[in-house]
Write a new protein. Sequence first.
Length: 142
Amino acid sequence: MIEQYLEKWHAHVRGELPGGLDDLLADDVVFYSPVVFSPQKGKELTKMYLNAAGNTFSEGNGENAPGKEASNFKYCKEVACGNHLVLEFESEVQGKYINGVDIITWNEEGKIVEFKVMIRPLQAVNMMHAQMQAMLEKMQAG
């Protein structure tokens, strides 16, 4: 089953999943951000953070969202076990190398119930923190 979920996630990242995050996320999903101390609970907050992250990667490069043809965001390793996925990614934003993992947990209904992002090195975390804050403010403003 986890392989089907993995393919749905990749389809979403490519912009090919008709329902997008609404189709993937459970209503009670919990999102753990590398730049926010407390967990973000619920579908709407998780969507906001994931969309902001996608926009941050793309705006930081002046290119399309992660997974789109022009983006340098790419998954380079995948580990699947039970209902868990660990997807290692690489990218570059504003000349800074970013390496991280998405740790995704799915329920039996095929919905994401936990999404955790970890990023390294420290320069990338600091830069992403500033970028994400600006992107979230921009998204909330309008």
